[in-house]
Design a protein around this ligand. Structure first.
Ligand code: GAR
Length: 191
């Protein structure tokens, strides 16, 4: 049976797009569900374009009920992939999918992670600090923001005069290139 992926995203979903493209014709894995806390998130349109079902939830459902966990179990999800998902993952979900929840972060963790560190804020902090190197991290998710075990990092040089837009673009290119492959490799390790 194909391994089944669920993607959580809060916004545009360009990473989700690359993952859905990657697995569209794959033999051994598929994206079975896209979930979002944001009814206006463009990722929902993207899921629709791939005819992948989606589920929208609110804070109450996510933090006070088991509805999301039950849905993931019912759909026999093997791997939970966070792709620009901005809420902390609650305990019931962590316990239901031990070592089966991964995230991507647009910096070289442990640098530039933690609550509130997402999107442009990360890249601005990197520029403000005068970093000569920047990159992305794919990691397992635990109860804290951006803290689980690192699975993979990719890096690039920050050149003198690089703008926020430039380093953001460089990071996105690396995210889009590596996230689908890392997911594929992880799934191969599961029986
Ligand atoms: C990505 O760059 C991802 O690394 C970041 O959100 C962006 C989502 O873009 N995630 C975080 O900052 C998590 N702390 P996308 O919606 O176009 O995939």
């Amino acid at each position: 049976m194909k391994k089944r992926i669920a993607i959580f995203a809060s916004g545009s979903g360009s990473n989700a797009q690359k993952i859905m493209e990657h697995f569209k014709y794959a033999n051994d894995a598929e994206v079975a569900l896209v979930l979002s806390n944001n009814a206006d998130a463009y990722v929902l349109q993207r899921a629709d374009n791939f005819e992948i079902p989606s589920h929208i939830f609110d804070r109450h459902e996510f933090y006070q009920t088991d509805e999301v966990v039950d849905l993931l179990k019912r759909l026999e999800i093997d791997l939970v992939v966070l792709a620009g998902f901005l809420w902390l993952v609650p305990d019931n979900l962590l316990k239901a999918f031990p070592n089966k929840i991964i995230n991507i972060h647009p910096a070289l963790l442990p640098k530039y992670g933690g609550k509130g560190m997402y999107g442009d804020r990360v890249h601005q902090a990197v520029l403000d600090a005068g970093e000569e190197e920047h990159g992305i991290t794919i990691h397992f998710v635990n109860e804290n923001f951006d803290e689980g075990e690192v699975i993979y990092q990719a890096r690039f040089r920050v050149e003198p005069g690089d703008t926020l837009e430039q380093i953001k673009f460089n990071g996105q290119q690396l995210e889009h290139l590596h996230y689908p492959k890392i997911i594929e490799n992880l799934l191969k390790k599961y029986n």
